[in-house]
Design a protein. Sequence first.
Length: 269
Amino acid sequence: MTMDKEYLEIRGLSVSFDGFKAVSEVDLTVLQGDLRFLIGPNGAGKTTLIDAITGLTPATGSARKSGSELIGKKVHQIARLGVGRTFQTASVFEQLTVLQNLDIAAGAGRSAVTLLRKRTSVLPAIEEALETIGLTALRDRPAGILAHGQKQWLEIGMLLVQNASVLLLDEPVAGMSAEEREETGNLLRRIGDDRVVVVVEHDMDFMRAFASSVTVLAGGRVLSEGTVEQVQADPKVQQVYLGTAAAGYLPPVTAADTAIDEKEEAAHA
Ligand SMILES: Nc1ncnc2c1ncn2[C@@H]1O[C@H](COP(=O)(O)OP(=O)(O)O)[C@@H](O)[C@H]1O
Ligand SMILES: [Mg+2]
């Protein structure tokens, strides 16, 4: 075990579907402790990029996790290297309890029967994950009764017990209440300190509140990258978001803008 920081380093990554380039020559570097948001219009290639990194779709180019090449490896090999992802729709086992879901994810080598038997002790890693995702009190309840947001947190917990150190989360707050979003943002901050976290997101308010850096994808390519302020001020970014459902993305009116307006109004008065 080294004390080196984890990182995800993507170089020249491309994905083609029958000649259509859904992801095109993408370069992306995310370091441990950085909470990176990956945004872009529908069809920009965000999910496909995650699929490529996690081995779900063939790709060319390179994606390394702390030096280990992922492209060309199988899904389970990539998971074993500590790269985990969530899907746009949560995929937990509804009939099993929260604890059983985490148990399965931890894959402690027990048979299904052992797994389903009532357990007297809980692995420390699972205890810790329960605490982190805020579901300790609900650990013996079936996952099916969880609220939408809680299911997403359980999925994140499943990645934590798998020891994933690179987490790729595909629209984790979609359909969440404002309160759940806030909780999720805080959760991402908690887990982001010692992990690489990439969050695909549509919700611009959520991004403004929690992103430490942002990469904008459009037409399969990286359009812009930087801090929230930098990408918001980028005319290229404003261009792709104009006239889309995400037009609310445009930066809010600043004090400087207001001062200019007032001056103009005064001039015309
Ligand atoms: N399996 C597939 N076969 C063909 N085209 C696909 C497939 N998956 C995604 N695409 C296309 O690739 C582009 C990127 O899709 P996607 O990665 O889902 O975008 P995003 O997640 O940014 O909304 C879209 O044009 C989509 O239609
Ligand atoms: Mg998507």
